[in-house]
Ligand binder design. Structure first.
Ligand code: WQD
Length: 363
């Protein structure tokens, strides 16, 4: 499904080469597709520590051509530097490559500090040396902690993070903001709320590690029978039905915001050298409402039990996306119905093609 955005200026971008780190991961693959559909040339860096080469094959099936991936660990400066030396025509970098499992980060904080921060610093050193003009950073709504008021705007205070993972995102943003004051590179920080769903083709989607931590893969794996039942982590929160509220957003809408961000910088529409945008729908949905929507749209009764609250969970969070809409020209193309139906279609595809997708995961 080719989805060219007529608002994307064709002057600058024809064959502009964009380096996508973590390009074989969940959001990375969807962003590769969107960039190519909108006229960009792409290369990827992904060492498959949290992703699966089969996902790149899915991207190639959708766009009908091969993608160059460098299986490089960004924590190795020399190997990362070599990629830039071989591709001196890189016009922009979109940086996804990081570990992002909240509970894993609590169990192993140093693994997260080392991987997420060393890789970012190495990448920024290359961006500086090779004078790359544009850099888009994958950040997260976790930087807000437990917000006091809603919807959350880009100016909402950043509370102490609830996990080492969130701390690496807060520190990453601070590093970049500091660098932007003197760098010739222009930066955009994108704060994702809860990315869910899969590309309409069901050729790419989310491949969680082992037992899924995130809600949507837990729902779809329970529905398909990989899990006998799932647990709703708490139903006595101060919310309309007692379960936590999140801003679920389709991964394809998240992906397109990255293409728009690069184009926004190419057209020099940025107001400063480091701008922040929330990527959420603006709608808060409870865990139980997400389950009910999945059941209704897919005609499936889900087996779940109510369990204890999960440490580190924020009670409620949802975004104001006014700034991304106004500045980037970003519009939502996918509904909650699209999210639950595409997630289910992807889970069914995984089941039917399980030999292809076995093995490692993309995180
Ligand atoms: C959502 C709600 C759970 C599983 C994480 C990352 C965040 C971002 C999005 C990257 C919570 C409940 C879940 C289950 C449940 N990632 N739940 N049963 O924790 O909001 O955010 O993903 O940017 O950085 O922290 O997402 O999907 O894990 O949880 O009841 O089996 O679903 O308790 O209330 P979360 P999640």
């Amino acid at each position: 499904m080719l989805r060219k955005n007529p608002d994307i200026c064709q002057d600058f971008l024809f064959m502009s080469k964009i380096l996508v780190t973590g390009g074989c991961g969940y959001i990375g693959t969807h962003t590769l597709v969107d960039l190519i559909e909108n006229g960009y040339e792409v290369i990827s860096i992904d060492n498959f520590s949290r992703s699966n080469p089969s996902m790149l094959a899915g991207v190639e099936k959708i766009i009908g051509k091969k993608i160059k991936n460098y299986a490089v660990d960004l924590c190795n400066f020399d190997d990362s530097h070599a990629v830039f030396q071989e591709n001196t025509d890189i016009k922009g970098v979109i940086h996804f490559a990081a570990y992002k499992a909240v509970n894993e980060s609590v169990e192993n904080p140093l693994l997260y500090f080392e991987n997420n921060l060393f890789s970012l610093i190495n990448l920024l050193k290359c961006v500086d040396e090779f004078a790359i003009p544009y850099f888009v950073f994958s950040s997260s709504c976790t930087v807000y902690g437990n917000p006091d008021s809603f919807p959350v705007t880009e100016k909402s205070p950043q509370k102490p993070s609830t996990s080492p993972y969130g701390t690496t995102k807060q520190m990453g943003e601070q590093l970049i903001a500091e660098l932007a004051q003197t760098s010739l590179c222009k930066f955009i920080l994108l704060r994702y709320f809860n990315p869910v769903g899969a590309h309409p083709s069901a050729l790419i989607g989310e491949l969680p590690i082992g037992r899924p931590q995130n809600l949507f893969p837990a729902i779809t794996q329970t529905a398909i029978g990989k899990l006998s039942k799932m647990t709703v982590h708490g139903n006595d929160y101060p919310t309309r039905d007692g379960s936590c509220i999140r801003d679920y957003i389709h991964v394809c809408d998240i992906a397109h915001a990255h293409t728009l961000s690069i184009n926004y910088l190419e057209k020099e529409k940025n107001k400063s050298n480091c701008e922040v945008f929330n990527l959420g729908t603006g709608n808060g949905v409870t865990v139980l409402e997400a389950i009910q929507t999945f059941e209704k749209i897919n005609g499936i009764k889900l087996e779940y039990e109510i369990g204890p609250k999960r440490p580190g969970d924020v009670i409620a969070i949802f975004a104001s996306n006014d700034l991304a809409k106004a500045q980037l020209g970003w519009n939502l193309n996918y509904s909650l119905t699209d999210m639950v139906s595409s997630a289910w279609k992807w889970e069914q595809k995984l089941q039917s093609d399980k030999d292809i997708f076995s093995g490692n995961s993309n995180n």
